[in-house]
Design a protein around this ligand. Structure first.
Ligand code: F0G
Length: 460
């Protein structure tokens, strides 16, 4: 197995100390945190792989740009700089900044929910996207290819839409009842898995035939473009920007959490290709929800940093190292026979908790049990992406089962080194060696929506 590792295409100019705790201390800390690492203090975490969202390192150019922030309430120069970059990348006519991805969702999704029997279809909805669809009174249906659920078998584009299922869903529900087709690139929830250009085109063709709006949930659109360049015939010689532009040309609306491929600590984007009426409606809605349309909840300096970050995230040197970091950690785990979503995707290694701890039933959250033990063994904080996160069916109130009970080891951008990844791999090895002793969990406190963030649990 090729574990050769691409060296960082940057050198370190500022450091942030992190500290190790003892195993005894971590056992106590986790108990106090209700067996939910979301409620740990970050200073009690040695290596934080909870998310790649807003946790990356900014470049010297971004820190320099911060000083140029124009904090005007209206008409800020920083807004126009960011707008220029967004329009260049997307070729869309309209742009509104928002404070983060879910800010974009809360503005746009209710405007597309025209009556009370509507459905949104995505390859796979991210949890806040699903939450905003449901808050708007609509239903969210995932429509990804079956291969996505088979972690063991290689497929280059496990984020692809199942095109037959998509057509069937539209026919069954009626095109007028579909609020939008959401292309989540990359498919975060199933492993940061890319969607191929061919599949995006075929999906767009179906949506166009039924006059259904197409949204791109593009938190990691640059990583998706990188995979297309690596894995899809005909794209070898195209630049990441060209591939991204070809992608945006297929859709009508772009929603982005800029905390990922914006290489920024905060920020979000709404871009609209040419729908004037929708743009005006978004402009009105953004004021009470996020802020005046030239800042939308962002500071001028953050818009400056984001304008630079969006461009840096399209650089191939940066992307090839980033994706290689994820591959390296995945290869190390695979070499220890630890089951992972294969191949590794863009922003994280996803360990298959169902195959790892088959003795724990889905509604006792096997992946959460692994997350907890990994923290105890090594001080590494990972996150469950499985039945704990999925919550309960809005109709039956039952816990939702899924074949994907995943532990996400999420790699923040430009933040950790190969040595850190080795600590993660060694920690995971210890958990795997003692996997028979892992115990399921039950709730001591279960919040009604997005329960995984604040739930309290106890081992059974
Ligand atoms: N869409 C996708 C695909 C995401 O991954 C996220 C956030 C959002 C939308 C919402 O954006 O956080 O800026 O409001 N994902 C983070 C994660 C939180 O850890 O995967 P946000």
């Amino acid at each position: 197995m090729d574990t050769k590792y691409k060296a960082e295409p940057y050198r370190i100019k500022v450091v942030e100390p992190i500290k190790e705790t003892t195993k005894e201390k971590r056992i106590e800390l986790l108990q106090n945190a209700g067996y939910n690492p979301f409620t740990l203090r970050s200073e009690d975490v040695y290596i934080d792989l909870l998310t790649d969202s807003g946790t990356g390192a900014m470049s010297d150019k971004q820190w320099g740009a911060l000083m140029q922030g124009d904090e005007a309430y209206a008409g800020s120069r920083s807004f126009y700089r960011l707008e220029g970059v967004v329009k260049h990348i997307t070729n869309y006519k309209h742009f509104i900044p928002v404070h983060q991805g879910r800010g974009a969702e809360q503005v746009v999704i209710p405007l597309l929910t025209k009556h009370d029997k509507m459905t949104f279809i995505s390859n796979m909805h991210f949890d806040t996207t699903k939450a905003h669809v449901e808050l708007a009174g609509a239903r969210a249906i995932d429509c990804v290819i079956e291969a996505c659920y088979d972690t063991k078998t290689y497929h280059p584009f496990k984020g692809n839409f199942d095109l037959d299922k998509l057509k069937h869903l539209i026919e069954e529900r009626g095109a007028d009842n579909i609020g939008g087709i959401i292309m989540t690139i990359t498919n975060n929830s199933a492993g940061g898995q890319p969607v191929s250009m061919a599949n995006l085109k075929a999906t767009a063709k179906i949506a166009n035939a039924y006059h259904i709006p197409i949204l791109i949930d593009g938190a990691r659109y640059a990583e998706n473009a990188y995979f297309i360049k690596q894995r899809e015939k005909g794209y070898e010689d195209k630049s990441i920007l060209e591939i991204a532009q070809e992608t945006f040309a297929l859709a009508d609306i772009f929603l982005m959490s800029a905390k990922k491929d914006g290489l920024s600590n905060i920020g979000g984007l709404i871009a609209i290709k040419d729908d004037e009426a929708l743009f005006q409606a978004c402009q009105s809605r953004v004021v009470p929800l996020e802020g005046f349309p030239t800042y939308g909840g962002m500071t001028g300096r953050d818009m400056e940093a984001l304008a630079v970050g969006l461009q840096e995230a399209l650089e191939e040197d940066y992307l090839s190292h980033r994706i290689d970091q994820v591959r390296y950690l995945g290869d190390r785990l695979k070499a220890m026979n630890i089951p992972i979503q294969w191949p590794t995707g863009g922003h994280a290694v996803f360990v298959d908790g169902k195959a790892f701890a088959p003795h724990i039933p889905f509604d006792q959250f096997p992946a959460q049990s692994i997350v907890n033990q990994l923290y105890i063994e090594s001080g590494v904080r990972a996150v469950e992406i499985g039945s704990l996160l999925l919550g309960r069916d809005p109709d039956t109130k039952e816990n939702i089962d899924t074949p994907l009970q995943l532990v996400r080891l999420t790699i923040p951008r430009r933040t950790y080194t190969q040595n850190h990844l080795d600590v993660v791999a060694e920690g995971m090895k210890k958990v795997y060696q003692n996997r028979e002793q892992l115990k399921g969990l039950s709730f001591t406190y279960e919040p009604k929506i997005l329960r995984h963030f604040t739930a309290k649990l106890k081992p059974l």
